[in-house]
Ligand binder design. Structure first.
Ligand SMILES: [Ca+2]
Ligand SMILES: [Ca+2]
Length: 238
């Protein structure tokens, strides 16, 4: 067919072919730095609360938010980790966030030492998401020994562990005095009455570490002092 112009016979439209399944994939992960523990240490049998914020960074909605909390010897999630609790949050649309809070108990038989609390999203892969590589976050947690040496003084719970100190250090934990804004002073004396170490504990809450590697073996006295506070603990360095 003869036309006056052959250059205007084509029209084009942009068309993007997409995979409808992939575009609707959710991806649960954690909002950066949102994960915290109610305490960074506790004895076996202690209750802790884990808080975090879940984010769906995928393009599709998540039909649920399965998650679980584990006690682990390391920062990776594997079969040896002990589940402390689990829950399943509601649906979470793309680009939305949701608070996570779970109370858990450190198993009573847990040996004292350094551990990690792992928070794991989608631990059983029950939710299909675009990445499972961003589903674990970890926080250091120290399991302390509930010693007979604990005592209650002016609302303060004092723990010393290990005692005898055989591992090159001992830890002193102060807790339970949240109403007191006063500081506490921890002073370690040898049996000659010489001061060998001192620590300040702001707000009378926290864990202080005393290294014992440079100390001679023997008995030391730890004085815990402050406003209306004077406790003496006997420490054995081995
Ligand atoms: Ca994910
Ligand atoms: Ca592990």
């Amino acid at each position: 067919m003869a036309e006056s112009s052959e250059t205007n016979n084509l029209a084009s439209l942009a068309l993007t072919v997409t995979d409808p399944v992939a575009t609707l994939m959710p991806d649960l992960t954690f909002v950066a730095s949102s994960t915290s523990l109610s305490a960074s240490s506790g004895s076996a049998g202690a209750a802790i609360t884990v808080s975090s914020t879940i984010s769906n960074t995928g393009t599709g909605p998540a039909s649920s938010q399965p998650y679980a909390v584990y006690l682990s010897a390391d920062q990776s999630f594997d079969a040896g980790d002990v589940q402390l609790g689990s829950a399943t949050g509601a649906t979470l649309a793309s680009s939305q966030t949701s608070p996570l809070q779970l109370s858990a108990t450190i198993p009573a038989a847990t040996a004292s030492g350094s551990y990690y609390i792992l928070v794991v999203l989608n631990p059983d892969n029950s939710l299909t998401e675009s990445s499972n590589d961003n589903n674990t976050t970890s926080l250091a947690f120290t399991v302390t020994v509930a010693t007979a040496g604990q005592q209650q003084t002016a609302g303060l719970t004092i723990g010393v562990y290990p005692n005898p100190a055989r591992t090159g250090y001992f830890l002193v934990s102060l807790s339970g005095a949240k109403a007191a804004a006063d500081d506490a002073t921890l002073t370690l004396f040898n049996t000659l009455g010489q001061r060998v170490a001192q620590r300040q504990v702001p707000g009378r809450t926290g864990v202080s570490r005393f290294d014992t590697q440079t100390l001679s073996q023997g008995v030391y006295l730890l004085h815990i002092t402050g406003n209306n506070l004077h406790v003496v603990q006997r420490i054995v360095v081995e």
